[in-house]
Design a protein around this ligand. Structure first.
Ligand code: SF4
Length: 233
Protein backbone atom coordinates (compact mmCIF):
# COMPACT_ATOMS: atom_id res chain seq x y z
CA UNK A 1 0.00 0.00 0.00
CA UNK A 2 1.24 3.46 -0.85
CA UNK A 3 1.84 6.20 1.69
CA UNK A 4 1.78 9.67 0.16
CA UNK A 5 3.82 12.58 1.48
CA UNK A 6 1.66 15.38 0.21
CA UNK A 7 -1.50 16.30 -1.63
CA UNK A 8 -2.41 19.39 -3.60
CA UNK A 9 -6.17 19.32 -3.41
CA UNK A 10 -6.88 21.13 -6.67
CA UNK A 11 -4.74 21.92 -9.69
CA UNK A 12 -5.80 23.36 -13.02
CA UNK A 13 -2.33 23.13 -14.56
CA UNK A 14 -0.75 19.77 -13.67
CA UNK A 15 -3.14 17.69 -15.82
CA UNK A 16 -3.65 19.53 -19.13
CA UNK A 17 -7.29 20.46 -19.65
CA UNK A 18 -8.49 18.76 -16.45
CA UNK A 19 -9.36 19.65 -12.89
CA UNK A 20 -7.22 17.36 -10.77
CA UNK A 21 -5.50 16.84 -7.46
CA UNK A 22 -1.81 16.00 -7.21
CA UNK A 23 -0.41 13.29 -4.97
CA UNK A 24 3.26 13.22 -3.97
CA UNK A 25 5.21 10.00 -3.38
CA UNK A 26 8.64 9.84 -1.72
CA UNK A 27 11.90 8.34 -3.10
CA UNK A 28 13.75 8.77 -6.34
CA UNK A 29 16.61 6.90 -8.02
CA UNK A 30 17.90 10.13 -9.64
CA UNK A 31 19.63 13.09 -7.96
CA UNK A 32 19.03 15.89 -10.44
CA UNK A 33 20.88 18.91 -8.99
CA UNK A 34 18.00 21.22 -9.99
CA UNK A 35 15.30 19.08 -8.29
CA UNK A 36 12.69 21.13 -6.41
CA UNK A 37 11.50 18.18 -4.34
CA UNK A 38 14.62 17.40 -2.33
CA UNK A 39 12.65 16.47 0.79
CA UNK A 40 10.78 13.75 -1.08
CA UNK A 41 13.86 12.51 -2.94
CA UNK A 42 16.01 12.33 0.20
CA UNK A 43 13.05 10.89 2.19
CA UNK A 44 13.28 13.54 4.91
CA UNK A 45 10.58 13.29 7.52
CA UNK A 46 8.01 15.93 6.67
CA UNK A 47 5.58 14.72 9.31
CA UNK A 48 3.00 14.11 6.56
CA UNK A 49 1.74 10.61 5.80
CA UNK A 50 -1.45 10.07 3.83
CA UNK A 51 -2.74 6.54 3.43
CA UNK A 52 -4.51 5.17 0.36
CA UNK A 53 -7.74 5.02 2.38
CA UNK A 54 -7.44 8.72 3.22
CA UNK A 55 -6.86 9.48 -0.47
CA UNK A 56 -9.95 7.48 -1.50
CA UNK A 57 -12.06 9.17 1.19
CA UNK A 58 -10.89 12.54 -0.17
CA UNK A 59 -11.69 11.48 -3.75
CA UNK A 60 -15.19 10.40 -2.65
CA UNK A 61 -15.74 13.82 -1.04
CA UNK A 62 -14.64 15.51 -4.28
CA UNK A 63 -16.73 13.28 -6.55
CA UNK A 64 -18.11 15.26 -9.49
CA UNK A 65 -15.60 18.07 -8.99
CA UNK A 66 -12.31 16.39 -9.91
CA UNK A 67 -11.72 14.93 -13.38
CA UNK A 68 -8.68 13.04 -12.24
CA UNK A 69 -5.48 12.73 -10.26
CA UNK A 70 -1.80 13.36 -10.94
CA UNK A 71 0.80 11.16 -9.29
CA UNK A 72 4.22 12.68 -8.92
CA UNK A 73 7.21 12.48 -6.61
CA UNK A 74 9.99 11.73 -6.31
CA UNK A 75 9.69 8.95 -8.84
CA UNK A 76 6.23 7.36 -8.54
CA UNK A 77 7.13 4.25 -10.53
CA UNK A 78 9.73 3.16 -7.95
CA UNK A 79 6.87 1.91 -5.78
CA UNK A 80 5.68 -1.59 -6.70
CA UNK A 81 2.05 -0.80 -5.81
CA UNK A 82 1.68 2.40 -7.87
CA UNK A 83 0.18 0.51 -10.84
CA UNK A 84 -2.39 -1.19 -8.58
CA UNK A 85 -3.30 2.15 -7.00
CA UNK A 86 -3.79 3.75 -10.45
CA UNK A 87 -6.13 0.91 -11.43
CA UNK A 88 -8.21 1.47 -8.30
CA UNK A 89 -8.47 5.19 -9.10
CA UNK A 90 -9.57 4.37 -12.65
CA UNK A 91 -12.25 2.03 -11.26
CA UNK A 92 -13.70 5.10 -9.54
CA UNK A 93 -14.17 6.69 -12.95
CA UNK A 94 -11.30 9.18 -12.54
CA UNK A 95 -8.50 9.92 -15.01
CA UNK A 96 -4.88 9.28 -14.04
CA UNK A 97 -1.78 11.23 -15.01
CA UNK A 98 1.64 9.90 -14.04
CA UNK A 99 4.93 11.82 -13.98
CA UNK A 100 8.08 9.74 -14.44
CA UNK A 101 11.80 10.03 -15.07
CA UNK A 102 11.48 7.13 -17.50
CA UNK A 103 13.77 4.68 -15.76
CA UNK A 104 11.11 2.07 -14.98
CA UNK A 105 9.88 0.97 -18.43
CA UNK A 106 8.41 -2.32 -17.15
CA UNK A 107 6.08 -0.51 -14.75
CA UNK A 108 5.20 2.02 -17.44
CA UNK A 109 4.37 -0.81 -19.86
CA UNK A 110 2.13 -2.41 -17.28
CA UNK A 111 0.28 0.89 -16.68
CA UNK A 112 -0.33 1.26 -20.42
CA UNK A 113 -1.28 -2.39 -21.05
CA UNK A 114 -3.70 -2.43 -18.12
CA UNK A 115 -5.28 0.92 -19.13
CA UNK A 116 -4.32 2.33 -15.74
CA UNK A 117 -3.04 5.68 -17.04
CA UNK A 118 -4.50 8.41 -19.28
CA UNK A 119 -1.59 10.86 -19.54
CA UNK A 120 2.14 10.35 -19.08
CA UNK A 121 4.61 13.20 -18.54
CA UNK A 122 8.20 11.99 -18.90
CA UNK A 123 11.18 14.13 -17.96
CA UNK A 124 14.10 14.21 -20.35
CA UNK A 125 17.09 15.34 -18.32
CA UNK A 126 19.57 16.26 -21.06
CA UNK A 127 21.11 15.06 -24.32
CA UNK A 128 22.29 11.44 -24.21
CA UNK A 129 25.92 12.62 -23.77
CA UNK A 130 25.10 14.72 -20.70
CA UNK A 131 22.41 12.57 -19.09
CA UNK A 132 24.43 11.44 -16.07
CA UNK A 133 25.46 14.99 -15.21
CA UNK A 134 21.90 16.31 -15.35
CA UNK A 135 20.42 13.30 -13.52
CA UNK A 136 23.13 13.33 -10.85
CA UNK A 137 23.64 9.56 -11.22
CA UNK A 138 24.66 7.14 -13.98
CA UNK A 139 21.57 6.32 -16.02
CA UNK A 140 20.92 3.23 -18.13
CA UNK A 141 19.86 4.96 -21.35
CA UNK A 142 18.43 1.73 -22.78
CA UNK A 143 15.68 2.06 -20.13
CA UNK A 144 15.07 5.69 -21.08
CA UNK A 145 14.87 4.67 -24.77
CA UNK A 146 12.49 1.84 -23.86
CA UNK A 147 10.19 4.22 -21.96
CA UNK A 148 10.22 6.72 -24.85
CA UNK A 149 9.20 3.92 -27.23
CA UNK A 150 6.41 2.64 -24.93
CA UNK A 151 4.99 6.15 -24.50
CA UNK A 152 5.11 7.00 -28.20
CA UNK A 153 3.35 3.76 -29.14
CA UNK A 154 0.88 3.83 -26.25
CA UNK A 155 -1.91 5.72 -28.04
CA UNK A 156 -2.52 7.76 -24.89
CA UNK A 157 -1.84 11.45 -24.32
CA UNK A 158 1.75 12.27 -23.35
CA UNK A 159 4.39 14.93 -23.09
CA UNK A 160 8.16 14.93 -22.89
CA UNK A 161 9.60 17.86 -20.98
CA UNK A 162 12.96 19.24 -20.02
CA UNK A 163 14.11 21.98 -17.63
CA UNK A 164 16.71 24.13 -19.38
CA UNK A 165 19.62 25.29 -17.20
CA UNK A 166 22.57 27.26 -18.59
CA UNK A 167 25.17 25.39 -16.51
CA UNK A 168 23.85 21.99 -17.68
CA UNK A 169 22.42 22.50 -21.18
CA UNK A 170 23.86 24.37 -24.16
CA UNK A 171 21.72 25.17 -27.19
CA UNK A 172 23.42 22.24 -28.96
CA UNK A 173 22.35 19.88 -26.13
CA UNK A 174 18.78 21.08 -26.40
CA UNK A 175 18.72 20.57 -30.17
CA UNK A 176 20.31 17.13 -29.66
CA UNK A 177 17.33 16.23 -27.45
CA UNK A 178 15.01 17.25 -30.29
CA UNK A 179 16.87 14.99 -32.72
CA UNK A 180 16.75 12.13 -30.23
CA UNK A 181 12.96 12.42 -29.75
CA UNK A 182 12.25 13.31 -33.38
CA UNK A 183 8.67 12.50 -34.40
CA UNK A 184 7.19 12.73 -30.88
CA UNK A 185 3.99 14.55 -30.24
CA UNK A 186 4.53 17.15 -27.56
CA UNK A 187 7.62 18.71 -25.94
CA UNK A 188 7.75 21.35 -23.23
CA UNK A 189 10.89 23.31 -22.48
CA UNK A 190 10.66 24.45 -18.85
CA UNK A 191 12.19 27.55 -17.30
CA UNK A 192 14.43 26.79 -14.33
CA UNK A 193 13.59 28.43 -11.01
CA UNK A 194 16.81 29.01 -8.99
CA UNK A 195 14.95 30.85 -6.21
CA UNK A 196 13.46 27.82 -4.42
CA UNK A 197 15.33 25.21 -2.33
CA UNK A 198 17.15 22.84 -4.72
CA UNK A 199 18.76 19.43 -4.26
CA UNK A 200 22.17 20.96 -5.08
CA UNK A 201 22.30 24.24 -3.20
CA UNK A 202 25.22 25.47 -5.35
CA UNK A 203 22.65 26.04 -8.13
CA UNK A 204 20.67 28.33 -5.84
CA UNK A 205 20.39 31.80 -7.35
CA UNK A 206 22.30 30.74 -10.47
CA UNK A 207 21.78 32.14 -13.96
CA UNK A 208 18.72 31.19 -15.98
CA UNK A 209 18.07 31.43 -19.69
CA UNK A 210 16.17 34.55 -20.75
CA UNK A 211 12.69 34.36 -22.19
CA UNK A 212 14.14 35.29 -25.60
CA UNK A 213 16.70 32.47 -25.43
CA UNK A 214 14.08 29.90 -24.45
CA UNK A 215 11.85 31.02 -27.31
CA UNK A 216 14.81 30.67 -29.70
CA UNK A 217 15.47 27.13 -28.45
CA UNK A 218 11.78 26.34 -28.81
CA UNK A 219 11.88 27.53 -32.45
CA UNK A 220 14.91 25.30 -33.05
CA UNK A 221 12.98 22.33 -31.61
CA UNK A 222 9.84 22.83 -33.71
CA UNK A 223 10.95 20.63 -36.66
CA UNK A 224 11.14 17.60 -34.34
CA UNK A 225 7.70 17.68 -32.66
CA UNK A 226 4.02 18.24 -33.48
CA UNK A 227 3.86 20.75 -30.65
CA UNK A 228 6.58 22.62 -28.72
CA UNK A 229 6.01 25.18 -26.00
CA UNK A 230 7.92 26.94 -23.25
CA UNK A 231 6.62 26.76 -19.68
CA UNK A 232 7.34 29.11 -16.83
CA UNK A 233 8.17 32.34 -18.69
S1 SF4 B 1 13.82 16.09 -10.63
FE1 SF4 B 1 15.20 14.32 -10.66
S2 SF4 B 1 15.70 13.89 -8.50
FE2 SF4 B 1 13.88 15.24 -8.54
S3 SF4 B 1 12.14 13.84 -8.47
FE3 SF4 B 1 12.52 14.27 -10.65
S4 SF4 B 1 13.91 12.63 -11.32
FE4 SF4 B 1 13.93 12.63 -9.08
Amino acid sequence: MLVFKGIQKTTLIDFPGKVACTLFLPKCNFRCPFCYNAQLVLEKDTGISITEKEVFDFLDERKGFLDGICITGGEPLMHPSTAEFCKKVKEKGLLVKVDSNGSFPKVLKRLVEESAVDYIAMDIKASRENYAKAAGVNVDLTKIDESIGIIRKSGIEYEFRMTAIPSLHSKDDIVAVGKWLNGSKRFFLQQFNPDVPLLDSSLQGSKTYTKGELLQFSAALKPFFEEVAVRGI
